[in-house]
Ligand binder design. Structure first.
Ligand SMILES: [Zn+2]
Length: 286
């Protein structure tokens, strides 16, 4: 008999605060974060460091996985997205047949055996991966979707500080596309297993946001979560730098940092046009 695995999944477009939410949830020992596990094959191949500071092959948690043969497929590619869209909009399609299958269950089972935590937390974000995980009857997925303002996400993607700098307007289009799919897909899911976080609201009122997460997952975030984040053990993979051990020691808590809102009229007009199709996304999800 296969045992059901409880998995918390964080979905959304990049640059939306998923790492922050991951760290907060990870303060409860009932949760074990694996970070962006969909990059598993790449992480293994390049022996990328874990959040604990050690390389994958030397990390006390992951070293046993270094010679393992699990295949986890990264779904961020055009073909899989076309299939995803077809699945969401075509009522005759009951499931997606991804070209290359991931061994999600066996990998998660092995992870579960090594931890005593109730939940595994997967912050991969990719919506196609959420659909893939949902299709496995032995994985019980608690999905948390994070929506951050389109202009903020696009600013972050196009920031000069970003190693893989992306075009601002292309990022706005991507924001529309991904969040539109998320909105559509969440309506197909069991409502009790969805939680939507408005990133800006969350940062303005963390107490309220944290309590909605606690209710959703039946967990307890300690009052001194900032201190806990600074010192806890965390073996998340391939996440934003703020989750790395040395960075976490300086974690200052939740605050809303916004990009400069002063933009030219032309830029503002273009923005309006590009975000028009989904300008009500946040409202739609409430
Ligand atoms: Zn580690």
């Amino acid at each position: 008999m296969n045992e059901k695995i409880k998995l918390i999944y964080i979905s959304g477009i990049g640059r939306s605060g998923s790492t922050l939410i991951d760290l907060i949830i990870s303060t409860d020992p009932k949760v074990f974060s694996v970070g962006e596990i969909y990059k598993f094959n790449k992480i293994k191949k390049e022996n990328i460091p874990c959040n604990c500071g050690k390389n994958f092959s030397n990390c006390s948690f992951w070293k046993d996985f270094y010679y393992s043969k699990y295949k986890i497929k990264n779904r961020i590619n055009l073909i899989d997205y076309i299939k995803t869209i077809n699945f969401i909009f075509n009522p005759f399609i009951k499931k997606i047949n991804f070209r290359k299958k991931s061994q999600n269950y066996s990998l998660l089972k092995k992870i579960k055996e090594k931890t005593s935590s109730k939940y595994i937390l997967d912050s991969s974000k990719d919506i196609a991966r959420l659909i893939e995980l949902d299709s496995n009857p032995f994985i019980e997925v608690y999905n948390i979707s994070i929506i951050r303002e389109a202009e903020e996400v696009a600013n972050s993607f196009s920031s000069r500080k970003n190693k893989n700098k992306k075009n601002y307007f292309i990022s706005l289009l991507k924001w529309n596309f991904i969040n539109y799919i998320i909105v559509k897909y969440l309506k197909k899911r069991d409502y009790s297993k969805n939680l939507v976080i408005d990133y800006e609201e969350f940062c303005k009122n963390p107490k309220k946001g944290i309590s909605s997460i606690e209710d959703f997952l039946q967990i307890k975030i300690p009052k001194e979560y900032v201190k806990k984040i600074r010192s806890m053990e965390h073996h998340g993979l391939a996440q934003n730098r703020i989750s790395q051990k040395e960075k976490r020691k300086k974690f200052e808590g939740i605050s809303l940092k916004q990009y400069n809102k002063k933009r030219s009229t032309v830029k503002k007009l273009l923005e309006k046009l590009l975000t028009y199709p989904s300008s009500k996304i946040k409202e739609k999800l409430k």
